[in-house]
Design a protein around this ligand. Structure first.
Ligand SMILES: [Zn+2]
Length: 86
């Protein structure tokens, strides 16, 4: 698990809000070169810079934290390699 910084700034509602999430390495290529991006709607996506693997979170119009958590859950559920489970 590595910790990644996430910024969201959506229509001035969350000006420069910053939070941190923990992500497993990429399930496709093992990279830790990841980012979490926000689409300026209550929806987030985890993206791998090395293989362009992605996991999209659910759209949660009333809760950005829940939208973010769903993207993190989607990414971390994707068949982590055995050595990453500890
Ligand atoms: Zn990857």
């Amino acid at each position: 698990m590595n910790t990644y910084e996430v910024n969201y700034n959506v229509h001035g509602k969350y000006p420069d809000r910053k939070t941190y999430v923990k992500l497993l390495p990429c399930p496709f290529c093992g990279s830790r070169n990841l980012e979490v991006w926000n689409t300026h709607t209550p929806s987030f996506c985890v993206n791998c810079f090395d293989c362009e693997g992605q996991a999209h979170g659910k759209y949660r119009p009333k809760s950005f934290p829940k939208a973010l958590a769903s993207a993190v859950d989607a990414w971390n559920r994707r068949a982590p390699r055995r050595e990453d489970r500890a």
